[in-house]
Design a protein around this ligand. Sequence first.
Ligand code: SAM
Length: 271
Amino acid sequence: MDNFFQHKARKRFGQNFLVDENIIERIVRAIAPKESDNLVEIGPGQGAITRLLLQRCPSLTAVELDRDLIPMLKFKFRDYPEFNIIEQDALKFDFGTLAGDIRAGGRPLRIVGNLPYNISTPLLFHLLSFRGAVQDMHFMLQKEVVDRLSATPGSKSYGRLSVMVQYHCRVQGLFPVPPQSFRPAPKVESAIVRLVPHTAPPHPAKDEQLLERIVNVAFQQRRKTLRNALKPLYPELDPALLPVDAGRRPETLSVQEFVQLADYCETLTGD
Ligand code: SAM
C-alpha cells in the first residue's frame, strides 16, 4: 500500500528521508519516549521516526508543511487515535497551543525532528520563544549547526546561536549521523542534539531583548573589538566602564559575560 503514496523528495522542503533503521532506533532510544509524554514531531516526512515514537507514546502531534505527505501519514498511522497532523509551516506555528497552560496542569512538550536544514536557525529561535512550555527537544541538524550550538567561547563555531541557545537551554551533542543514512543523501554530515530549557537561566539578564540585541551586534563583525562592535548601538560608550575588557573580541566572551555586558548597557541610553 505504501507504493500507492509514492513521493519524490522535494529539495525546497529540505527533504532527506531517514532510511537507516539502526540510526532511527538510536534516535528514539535517545529521546526515550514515555507513554504519558506529549510528543511533537516537526517534519514527520514519510514517518520514519514517527512510527517508532508512536509505538512508545500514543499522543503525538506532527507539524508538516508538505501537504502531499499528509494522506500517506494519515493512512500509515490510522490505528493511533491520538496521532494528530497539523498541516502548517513550523516557523509560523504557535507550539504553545499544544501544551496548554503549564502552570494550570498543562502537559509540557517533548519536541523532536529531523529538521529541514535550510530553516534550522530561524526554527530554533522560533522554538526558543515557547521554552516555558517545553520539557526537551531532540533534533537532527547539520553537524556544523550542532557544533555551533554546543561551542565554547573562543572557538570558531562560537557565535550568536551558541550564546542565545545556551542562555536558554542545556545543550548536549549526542552522536553523528552520516549522509548514507538518508535518501537522498545530503551533502553534509548530520548530528543529533538534545536541548533542555533551563527552568530559570543560570545567569538571568535584566532585559533579554537587549541581551539579544547586544549579542547580534557583537557577532556582526567577529573580528572587531567589543569597543568597536558596540559603537553602532552606543556611540557615547566609555570603554573603561564596561564590566569586561573593551579590547576583547566578542567571540571570547562567555554567556555570563554577555549578560554582564547587557546588564551594564541596560543602565545606558542607546542610539
Ligand atoms: N522526519 C522525516 C525523516 O526523518 O525521514 C523527514 C525529515 S526531512 C529532513 C524534513 C521534513 O520537514 C520534511 O518532511 C519536510 O516536508 C518538512 N518541512 C520542511 N519545511 C517545513 C516547515 N517549514 N514546517 C514543517 N515541516 C517542514
